[in-house]
Design a protein around this ligand. Structure first.
Ligand code: NAD
Length: 298
């Protein structure tokens, strides 16, 4: 049993904290939202009145927050958590944020004798609830190994990408590729359909051919082709367009930082921006199919 402070009990953090409590850890949790705190209490966590109270006596701190600015506000500054934690505390930040920000906060933590890793996740709300997330980690091997027992209660894979910040880079590379093959899959299905080829038949053919990819295998974007995919449930649930758009923005910022060329990622971001502007930000990201289908039909 480890004493764990958990900060940020939203769509992802809520079920992650619940899994830690269910695994027998002593979880002291905090979120600005009272509803999120109440759900965590029901799931077996102790609820604190503030971030400062949540980390009292904690051996490990886990955070799952919306943005880099919020991660910085929670950890840095005179009132930040880094100023409160005893030496050697292990901090695991699972938020998806810029690698630069992750490195800056980890550096500040190291300066105070604390250990910190970035551990963004692959897998959405369903994987968070099922405890099957993949953690994509950046930090020293020793710190990531120390985090494994805690991460293992929330996920099935713990992968090390490299040093501090590398977890964030690997995560956005993966999501950039995911966006590109989802859009490519949607485009191919729409083209086939305009020529009278049934999307289910075309999906089977591409699955048996060189176009095979994860979107076709488990997440077909055409409604009705795959019973359990978000496309067959009105694009509800799954991974929101808003979050994909955010991750593609992080990928493009990272590319610009190093002068790297990511033309497919840039186009993907632009298409998701268009889709968001049309009011679909809260739909699953495979709903990009509707944008491509409408354009092909026009
Ligand atoms: P969310 O908006 O549902 O949850 C964030 C929570 O943080 C909210 O409950 C909010 O009240 C809380 N919060 C904000 N500021 C706080 C503060 N100062 N102190 C305490 N709590 C605070 O977001 P989410 O979907 O849970 O995503 C969290 C992170 O996980 C994001 O970085 C996101 O990019 C990443 N992520 C999300 C998914 C997904 O499918 N939802 C998948 C992979 C990664």
């Amino acid at each position: 049993m480890t004493r764990i402070a958990f900060i940020g009990l939203g769509n992802m953090g809520g079920p992650m904290a619940a899994n830690l409590a269910q695994a027998g850890h002593d979880v002291q949790a905090f979120d600005l939202s009272e509803t999120a705190c109440a759900a965590a209490r029901d799931a077996g966590c102790r609820v604190a009145d503030s971030t400062a109270q949540a980390v009292e006596a904690a051996e490990v701190v886990v955070s799952m927050l919306p943005s880099g600015a919020i991660v910085e506000s929670v950890y840095l500054g005179d009132d930040g958590l880094l100023a409160r934690l005893p030496e050697n505390t292990l901090i695991i930040d699972s938020s998806t944020i810029a690698a630069d920000t992750a490195r800056r906060v980890a550096q500040a933590a190291k300066h105070r004798g604390l250990r910190m890793i970035d551990a963004p996740v692959s897998g959405g709300v369903a994987a968070a609830a099922a405890g099957t997330l993949t953690f994509i980690c950046g930090g020293s091997e020793a710190d990531i190994d120390a985090a494994r027992p805690v991460l293992g209660a929330m996920g099935k894979n713990v992968l090390r990408a490299g040093d501090s910040g590398a977890g964030q880079i690997a995560k956005i590379c993966n999501n950039m590729l995911l966006a590109v093959h989802m859009i490519g899959t949607a485009e191919a299905l729409a083209l086939g359909e305009t020529h009278g080829v049934d999307p289910s038949v075309l999906s089977e053919i591409m699955l048996a051919s060189s176009g095979r990819n994860w979107s076709l295998e488990v997440y077909n974007p055409w409604p009705g082709v795959m019973e359990n995919a978000p496309a067959s449930k009105g694009y509800q649930g799954g991974f929101m367009v808003d979050l994909m758009h955010k991750d593609l923005g992080l990928a493009l910022d990272a590319a610009q930082h190093e002068g790297a060329s990511t033309p497919m990622g840039a186009l993907a971001r632009s298409l998701y921006a268009l889709h968001r502007q049309a009011g679909h930000g809260r739909l699953d990201f495979s709903s990009i199919q509707s944008l491509l289908r409408a354009q092909t039909d026009a």
